[in-house]
Design a protein around this ligand. Structure first.
Ligand SMILES: Nc1ncnc2c1ncn2[C@@H]1O[C@H](COP(=O)(O)OP(=O)(O)OP(=O)(O)O)[C@@H](O)[C@H]1O
Length: 348
């Protein structure tokens, strides 16, 4: 049975004034510019940005696969930038990583892939076998122990990647676009697994993505990276509700438009006002939806309802048609009860 760890406010990862400059034949590339970040223990922290923003560089700096040009990186009370190569190898065992293209060993079975990081430790054979069996159970791959990666679906391959990353009981899991190669349904199942692992093991997760939906589904905090700089950062709820920077507004807008596009809605979109309603109390949303449906001059359709982050709030997107003053008055009623509402302007 899983036990639940609550994320605390204890800082675990700290990046201070980090710069990364790559030297290339065509000159230098300033990939990260004065980046400072603090990530708390037990948190799921998302870093979002467009291609070339510096996300991969940033996540690879956290386990020092890339060395910063200047600045410091620490995990717990250890400053990684001060460690010798041997100490760093040791420290890396406490940091697992999963990748967009899984990085599995194709000539090894599922069990042998998961065993790989354990081969570098002094663990006894019996213990190793038990650990592998536990990990396979944890990621839901029972029965696939002897399969080869080529015989697995994308989602199953990523489950192997997750089990392998967890083999040495890391404190931190780094996810490098871990769901970008997966379809939406498989993405959901992998994100649910990550959330479950975060809750049950108290594991701190740092992920990079270009998709706001990934951030929204599992992260509690988000940092927006643009041209090597963090331009906005905060609790996902706040950043979603009140995006300040144009790039953040773009991510949030595109996400909302995407939701409408995928909602299966066949309405004449332009005739309808689309509103996002958010509350920490799902019953309150339901109550207000009932009252919206009961209004004589309004047509109301629920396009989508979903939990945000780890289920601490719920959002519903509704389409409403009717006289503008009726819509305004209905939404004032919703707002006066403390629910957040936002008219979504970014249509398909
Ligand atoms: N090894 C390298 N040598 C030289 N330049 C690099 C290297 N790695 C990354 N860069 C450059 O640094 C910048 C940031 O790249 P990075 O891969 O970190 O961005 P990203 O946000 O992860 O992009 P993507 O999502 O496309 O992978 C880019 O201009 C890239 O060309």
């Amino acid at each position: 049975m899983f036990c639940i760890f609550e994320s605390g406010e204890k800082e675990l990862i700290q990046l201070k004034n980090v710069e990364k400059i790559y030297q290339t034949e065509n000159g230098s590339v300033h990939a990260l510019n004065d980046v400072s970040l603090e990530i708390n223990e037990g948190e799921i922290f998302g870093i979002i940005g467009y291609s070339g923003a510096g996300k991969s560089t940033l996540i690879r700096l956290i386990n020092l696969l890339e060395k910063p040009t200047s600045g410091t990186i620490s995990i717990g009370d250890r400053q990684l930038t001060d460690l010798s190569d041997r100490q760093l190898r040791e420290e890396r065992r406490t940091i697992g990583m999963i990748f967009q293209h899984f990085n599995l060993l194709w000539s090894r079975t599922v069990a042998e892939n998961i065993a790989f990081p354990l081969e570098l430790t002094k663990i006894k054979k019996k213990q190793k076998e038990k650990r592998i069996a536990d990990l396979i159970r944890m990621v839901g791959l029972e029965g696939k122990e002897s399969a080869y990666p080529s015989q697995l679906s994308g989602g199953q391959k990523q489950r192997v990647g997750i089990a392998r990353a967890l083999a040495n009981n890391p404190r931190v899991l780094l996810c490098d676009e871990a769901t970008s190669a997966l379809d939406p349904k498989t993405t959901d199942s992998i994100l649910s697994l990550l959330l479950e692992i975060n809750k049950s093991l108290g594991l701190t997760i740092v992920l990079i993505t270009h998709e706001m939906s990934v951030i929204q589904k599992i992260c509690s905090k988000v940092a927006v990276l643009d041209k090597g700089k963090i331009v906005e950062e905060g609790a996902v709820n706040d950043v979603f509700a009140h995006p300040k920077q144009p790039i953040t507004q773009e991510f949030v807008g595109a996400h909302a438009a995407n939701k409408v596009k995928h909602s299966g809605d066949t309405l004449a979109i332009s005739d309808w006002t689309r509103v996002r309603i958010r509350s920490v109390d799902a019953r309150l949303i339901q109550r207000h939806l009932s009252s919206l449906f009961g209004r004589e001059h309004l047509l109301v359709r629920v396009l989508e309802t979903y939990a945000v982050q780890d289920g601490s709030a719920e959002e519903t997107i509704v389409a409403i048609q009717g006289p503008a003053e009726e819509i305004d008055s209905a939404l004032s009623g919703v707002k006066s009860d403390g629910l957040e509402t936002e008219v979504i302007h970014a249509y398909v």
